[in-house]
Design a protein around this ligand. Structure first.
Ligand SMILES: Nc1nc2c(c(=O)[nH]1)N[C@H]1C(S)=C(S)[C@@H](COP(=O)(O)O)O[C@H]1N2
Ligand SMILES: [Mo]
Length: 168
């Protein structure tokens, strides 16, 4: 993890991202596909695509973020898989990922943002995120922890109902 951070820091300085190295072949999803990753990736489980079901995302490890958001006054506790872990699993190499939601909202997330350890949240306050409350996947940032994140530019990257990441 320490070296990965260092690698990301150096890569960020160079203006590009390298996330991940050779890993085990990506298995195929057995449950509903929640997330599809495309573009500059090395690991796929369908032509040109890496598809993840819930169990596959859970397997990548979990982390949590406690923060206030633009949407609520109360402190929220989010749990999910680090965005970086997903990119690492598919050996993504790029500068930016185009994130797309079920409602056709799209936003670019620069690899630079990995320094803040954003999460693909699957739970909020101990409960699974449903489609109604911006789930099942919602990109969240540790907004309270970094002043720079308290800005509309980053708030727009809190993409809810995330279904696709295209790495470029
Ligand atoms: N799926 C999806 N995610 C989204 C958006 C959206 O329209 N759809 N709006 C973005 C923007 S521009 C911001 S500022 C934050 C908060 O959006 P809101 O203030 O419209 O609720 O969510 C972001 N995530
Ligand atoms: Mo926004």
């Amino acid at each position: 993890m320490r070296y990965l951070r260092l690698t990301i820091a150096i890569a960020a300085l160079l203006g590009w991202g390298v996330v991940g190295h050779a890993s085990e072949r990506l298995p195929e999803p057995t449950g509903p596909v929640l997330l599809t990753v495309t573009g500059a990736i090395e690991q796929t489980n369908a032509p040109g695509e890496a598809r993840f079901d819930k169990a596959m995302l859970d397997d990548l490890g979990s982390a949590s973020i406690e923060t206030h958001t633009v949407l609520s006054e109360d402190m929220q506790r989010y749990e999910g898989v680090p965005l970086e872990a997903v990119l690492r699993r598919v050996s993504a190499k790029g500068k930016v990922m185009r994130a797309a939601a079920a409602n056709a909202y799209e936003v670019d997330i620069p690899f630079d943002d990995l320094q803040y350890e954003p999460l693909i949240a699957m739970q909020a306050n101990g409960r699974p995120l449903t489609l109604r409350d911006k789930g099942p996947l919602w990109v969240v940032y540790p907004r309270d922890a970094h002043k720079v994140l308290q800005d509309q530019r980053y708030d727009s990257r809190w993409i809810w109902q995330l279904i696709r990441l295209h790495v470029e």
